[in-house]
Design a protein around this ligand. Structure first.
Ligand SMILES: Cc1cc2nc3c(=O)[nH]c(=O)nc-3n(C[C@H](O)[C@H](O)[C@H](O)COP(=O)(O)OP(=O)(O)OC[C@H]3O[C@@H](n4cnc5c(N)ncnc54)[C@H](O)[C@@H]3O)c2cc1C
Length: 410
């Protein structure tokens, strides 16, 4: 079967739904492809509140946020094909997809890739020990508890204090699992401070900073985990081992943007491992746009939806011949910039940049290419900072080879 559209959007999470909605509203014949039967992506399993404060000015749960976005999408002409996996992408773009009816080819003029992120699994952590049952990624544990009503175990330790790990510590505790603690290799928590307070401190769950798992024990089922302290370089400190008798280890050790079918079209920043996009969220292949967690892991779904809309609108403009090539100015992340998107702006046009710092900073100045400077308080790696560069600032950058974006502690 073959389908021809103006804009194909892959991924029916927040980013993809927002992109498809915006592309259809901009007049493009739009098709949204999603692997699962239901749209919503990771939102459906996030039953806690904390979503939508910016977009809807209300605190919603993940499924409520998803429902709102789905209702907005349903009011447009965008077509949805769920239960359909995109297997490969060729320039054109042409997408090879599979669903229960067989293979499908989608010919488009532009593609928004919004495939989300996958969780870093146990293997790459190189933790010694056997490979017993009872080791779960946090997202899988969340799906088991919140969607399938199944407990992963009875006594658990969480490795990694990002927001997903913190939220799962509380969730498991509320479901009757004894959570013996959360271990974090860095000297500061990876997630938002409000989540440390609301998910750990409120329930008396200990947080072991500068600790990691040295060994897992057990043959068929996990019987215990050895934690060990690390020094400032992350090296294990012998003699500091602590044994915990647990049947469950939950891993919350990072998300990896899902880009596999399109990664060979991307230009990568090798040192920082992020794909290049300009302020249209357009990659080095001009027909390919990225949105949501497949570009970089955003902290808030509100931002994911906003970037999705912008990517969808620009993809529609490209497909309809209304997005001519523009000369862009490279933006380079310098000191204390762990993440920076987009990495190019258009002189004379306002742009919003999103960055993350690698470590907590109580007071810092963010500078962009000598044309922008702003003081910030309490920068945290878990929280993205949005820098709104006005048109005058990007105009002043015209003629430069690049602009350095840096965060200078005060
Ligand atoms: C535990 C947890 C707690 C969170 N808490 C908050 C919070 O309190 N507040 C907040 O604002 N945000 C929160 N977030 C973040 C927010 O939920 C995410 O940033 C956002 O939902 C990501 O949307 P996305 O569309 O980029 O990705 P996803 O939701 O992951 O969607 C990607 C979709 O792409 C599909 N897909 C991938 N590959 C293919 C393919 N080849 N073919 C077809 N389909 C494909 C997947 O099936 C998936 O449905 C939380 C996230 C998690 C995991």
């Amino acid at each position: 079967m073959r389908i021809s559209v103006d804009v194909a959007v892959v991924g029916g999470g927040a980013a993809g739904m927002a992109a498809a909605k915006a592309a259809a509203e901009a007049g493009a014949k739009t098709l949204l492809l999603e692997r699962e039967e239901r749209l919503g992506g990771v939102l459906d399993q996030c039953i806690h509140p904390g979503f939508g404060l910016h977009r809807y000015r209300e605190e919603l749960t993940g499924p409520e946020f998803s429902y709102r976005l789905l209702s907005e999408l349903a009011r447009t002409s965008a077509e949805v094909l769920s239960g359909t996996t995109v297997l490969s992408v060729q320039p054109g773009p042409e997408l090879l997809c599979a669903n229960q009816k067989g293979l499908l080819r989608v010919q488009a003029k532009a593609l928004v890739w919004a495939g989300g992120a996958r969780e870093r699994p146990f293997g790459p952590l190189l933790i010694p020990g056997t490979r017993p049952a009872g080791i779960f990624t946090a997202g899988l544990a969340q799906k088991l508890v919140n969607i399938h009503g199944l407990l992963p175990g009875r006594r658990a330790l969480i490795l990694g204090s990002g927001d997903i790990g913190l939220i799962m510590a509380r969730r498991l505790h509320l479901e009757g699992v004894e959570v013996v603690g959360v271990a974090e290799i860095r000297p500061f928590p990876g997630g938002l401070l409000r989540n440390v307070a609301q998910c750990l401190e409120d329930f008396g769950i200990p947080l072991f900073l500068r600790h990691t798992v040295a060994q897992v024990h057990g043959r068929k089922r996990l019987s215990g985990v050895t934690l060990v302290e690390v020094d400032e370089r992350g090296q294990l400190l012998p003699g500091t081992e602590k044994f915990f008798s647990v049947d469950t280890l939950v891993l919350s050790v990072g998300l990896i943007p899902e880009l596999r079918p399109v990664e060979h079209f991307l230009v990568w920043d090798h040192s920082r491992r992020w794909p290049w996009v300009n302020s249209f969220w357009q990659t080095a292949a001009p027909w390919l746009f990225l949105a949501g967690n497949s570009l970089t892991v955003f902290d808030l779904v509100d931002t994911v939806a906003r970037v999705g809309e912008e990517a969808g609108r620009n993809a529609a403009r490209y497909a309809l011949g209304d997005l001519p090539p523009v000369s862009t100015l490279p933006l380079r992340g310098g000191e204390n910039v762990a993440v920076l998107v987009p990495q190019a702006c258009i002189p004379g046009e306002p742009v919003s940049l999103f960055l993350r710092v690698p470590k907590p900073m109580d007071q810092a100045v963010i500078r962009v290419g000598g044309v922008y400077e702003k003081n910030h308080k309490y920068l945290r790696p878990a929280e993205m900072v949005e820098i709104k560069l006005p048109a005058e600032a990007t105009t002043a950058l015209a003629g430069k080879n690049e602009a350095l974006v840096e965060v200078c502690p005060q």
